[in-house]
Every structure is written in structure tokens, then in C-alpha cells.
Design a protein around this ligand. Structure first.
Ligand code: FES
Ligand SMILES: [Fe+2]
Length: 416
């Protein structure tokens, strides 16, 4: 990150800590309508226009380590798998045979030169091309070249692979904008996958996502954990185009170092500023990355049905060399899940509330404005003309949106 950007954030912390009210002219935000969390019609629009049309993080390169490695992936509710080809490129396909739809990959992960459907044996190579089928003589006019596996958009930032179900989506880096530049600066090509966990939660995906877009809750639910070292009153927020945002929370004591990271290698060449605060990006819609000196966690929020979701935590860290990961990670991961449990503790109760007549909407404060920003973007995606008036959010934040991030010149270069 450029020194000017660091200076701007630091000044932001000072400003935020010392203010006695929101800055001049910051508007009163209308309540977020409760129906957005429970109305089945809204949910259908959200799935169609948001989840099936967004770039989302899916896998790390280590999950398909060699030519021929494949791994199933179904977080968006559609049957997909990633496959590393003979050319080393990672592709993503529908796990859907072009004959009658049986899966071409049945194990969760594995190694293969190509894939062969278990139903009638149609066989595809690593490019997804149909190369063989039994009793071809019986198919009249079948053009094999038109029956390749259907490929899904898949692009990467270093070792991090993203997918988008929308074939017409803009390129990943264009979509991510400043967040993409920020992720690029973390040099994921130097990092390995440390751990990956998933927790199912009984609430609408937005109920839990909301909790990771603000630090207002620190003093209540994280009193004995993160509130001990994070100063939420100094939180500095940046809203970016397309729903993305950043939240930087200073430590209570300058130079504080997480004791849980002792003995771990730091991310090579990372700007020290990133790790002298809690620096968290939100790549819209569902990736949150609260950076740590010895690694990067990706928190991912996946919709299930209207009232269920899964939160995933993936950790990445600098290569620790041969052998298993350093033992200190076990404690670190356990502690992180403890903090996550604090965030999860009210999720299903909140879901019951939003489904009840006792809930009408949510008034959000200045420091919760990332949640409002998130919802504004959802309305831009759905198109407000498709929503009943009482479920829309009024566009209030357009004057507060920026469009760039001042990263280092080196990081600003797009990946080849
Ligand atoms: S469904 Fe795959 S070969 Fe028939
Ligand atoms: Fe939290």
C-alpha cells in the first residue's frame, strides 16, 4: 500500500475516535425492511440476480495440486467441479454428463486423466471435450464436438480461484476493482492452504453476513476476545463501487502483536501496515478477509435455503516448508472458531425474530453503513422496479463511494 493511503487511514482512525457524531451531512439511513430476509419472492430474485451472477471465491490452488487433480464444488447449489488440465490450467465444469445428466465425477476429489460418466460411459478429456462414447452407431446425427462438458467462468488471483455462473460476467479483476488490487498485494502465490472448515447455521445468509460488516458488536459479544485488543471507535470504513468495501480497525495499543502468531512465518514482503491493524476487505457479496500477520483467513458466507446458510473459514499462510503445518496453528484455529462461535450465537434467534411479527426493519448507524451499502448494491442488481416498494432500500450512500485503492505500483500490475 502506498504511504499516502496508510497516512489517510491513520488520520481516519484519529478522526473516527474523536468525533462526537457522524460527520457533517451524513444522512439518516432509512430502516432496512425485514421482508428482505424472509420473503420467498425476494429470495428468488436475490438468488437469480446476485448469487448466480457474482464472482465468488471457490478454491485454493492446493486443492487441485497436480495435473489431473479434480475437486467437486457445490457451494452455489449447482453441481460443479474443478479440474487441473495437462496444460496446468484450472478449469471449472458442470458435473453434468451431456448425455442424460449423470455426474461425471462421483468422488469429492481425486486424480484422473479425464472423466468418464458412470451411467453409460461417455468419456471427456481434461478440456471437457467428449472423446468417447459407447455404441456411437446408435446415435443418429450426434455431433460430439457440440457435447463438451459445460464450462463455468473461472479466473484467479495467484493461488486463489474464483468462479461466476454468469457466462457474460465482466473479468474478475474488473469486477473486484480496489478489492482485487488489495488481494493482489497479499501475494497469494506465496501462500498455502492451512485449513478449511464449514459450519452450517440456521439463518438467512444475510443475517450472518451483516455481523461481519461492522465492529459495533465488539463490546457485547466479543468482550473477552477481540474487544480486548481492537478499538472499534477508531474503525475506518471505505465504501467502493459494486458493493465492495473495507473496514480497518486499529489496535488499542500501538504495536500489539497477536501472541498466537509467535513462531509463525510472516507473509513475505507484506506492507507492515496491513498487520498493525485489523484490515478487512469485503469482496461483494460474500468474502470477508480480516488479515493477520501470519496468514489470511477468508470468511465465506454461502446461502442454503431462505433460512439456512453455511459459513466457511479458509486459512492461508506462507509456505512452512516440508512436513505438516506448525503445531501452533492448532491453537490458532481453535481460538478463531471460538470467536466465530461468538458471532454465531444469536443467528438462529435473529432468524426467528425476523420471521416474526415483532420485526419490521433495522435502523442502521453511521458505523454500520457497510451493511446499508451491501443492501443498496443488492437492489442495483435486482433492479428496484422488480421489488415491491416496501422492500426497497433508498439509495443514500452514492456520495460516499470511492473507486480506487492506492496500492503499491508493483501490486497494481494485473496478473498475467
Ligand atoms: S448420463 Fe452420462 S453416459 Fe449417460
Ligand atoms: Fe464479530
Amino acid at each position: 500500500m502506498k504511504p499516502e493511503e496508510v497516512a489517510r487511514i491513520k488520520a481516519g482512525h484519529v478522526f473516527e475516535s474523536s468525533r462526537t457524531a457522524p460527520p457533517n451531512a451524513f444522512p439518516q439511513l432509512p430502516d432496512i425492511p425485514g421482508g428482505r430476509y424472509v420473503d420467498p419472492k425476494f429470495w428468488e430474485l436475490e438468488k437469480k440476480n446476485l448469487w448466480k451472477k457474482s464472482w465468488v471465491y471457490a478454491i485454493h490452488s492446493d486443492e487441485v495440486p497436480e495435473k489431473g487433480s479434480f475437486v467437486k464444488w457445490e457451494r452455489l447449489g449447482e453441481p460443479l467441479f474443478f479440474f487441473r488440465g495437462e496444460d496446468e490450467k484450472v478449469r471449472c465444469f458442470y458435473n453434468t454428463c451431456r448425455h442424460r445428466g449423470a455426474p461425471v465425477v462421483t468422488e469429492d476429489k481425486g486424480q484422473a486423466r479425464g472423466v468418464s460418466c458412470k451411467y453409460h460411459g461417455w468419456t471427456y478429456n481434461w478440456k471437457g471435450e467428449l472423446i468417447n462414447l459407447r455404441d456411437k452407431r446408435d446415435f443418429v446425427g450426434l455431433d460430439m464436438s457440440c457435447r463438451s462438458l459445460i464450462e463455468v467462468r473461472c479466473e484467479n488471483i495467484g493461488n486463489w480461484y474464483f468462479v461466476n455462473l454468469d457466462a457474460n460476467a465482466e473479468p474478475l479483476m474488473d469486477y473486484l476493482g480496489p478489492v482485487g488490487q488489495g488481494l493482489l498485494e497479499l501475494k497469494s502465490e506465496t501462500m498455502r492452504l492451512v485449513d478449511k472448515q464449514a459450519i452450517e447455521v440456521k439463518c438467512n445468509v444475510k443475517v450472518l453476513l451483516d455481523a461481519f460488516l461492522e465492529t459495533y458488536h465488539l463490546k457485547s459479544i466479543h468482550q473477552n476476545t477481540v474487544d480486548r485488543f481492537l478499538d472499534h471507535r477508531g474503525t475506518f470504513i471505505t465504501l467502493w463501487d459494486k458493493g465492495h468495501s473495507r473496514m480497518v480497525t486499529p489496535f488499542k495499543r500501538d504495536g500489539w502483536v497477536d501472541p498466537g502468531t509467535k513462531g509463525l512465518k510472516e507473509i513475505e514482503g507484506i506492507d507492515p501496515y496491513y498487520v498493525s491493524t485489523n484490515y478487512s476487505l469485503n469482496a461483494y457479496p460474500n468474502l470477508v478477509t480480516p488479515l493477520a500477520p501470519a496468514g489470511v483467513p477468508f470468511l465465506l458466507f454461502w446461502p442454503g435455503e431462505i433460512d439456512t446458510m453455511t459459513v466457511e473459514v479458509h486459512w492461508f499462510a506462507p509456505d512452512w516448508g516440508p512436513g505438516p503445518r506448525p503445531e501452533v496453528w492448532d491453537m490458532r484455529l481453535t481460538n478463531f472458531v471460538k470467536i466465530l462461535d461468538e458471532d454465531l450465537q444469536f443467528a438462529d434467534e435473529i432468524q426467528k425474530s425476523v420471521e416474526s411479527s415483532g420485526f419490521e426493519g433495522m435502523p442502521l448507524s453511521y458505523q454500520e453503513r457497510r451493511i446499508y451499502h451491501w443492501h443498496e448494491e443488492l437492489d442495483r442488481r435486482i433492479g428496484q422496479e422488480n421489488l415491491p416498494e416496501d422492500q426497497r432500500v433508498k439509495f443514500m450512500l452514492k456520495d460516499y463511494i470511492e473507486n480506487s485503492l492506492d496500492v503499491s505500483d508493483e501490486a497494481a500490475k494485473q496478473p498475467a
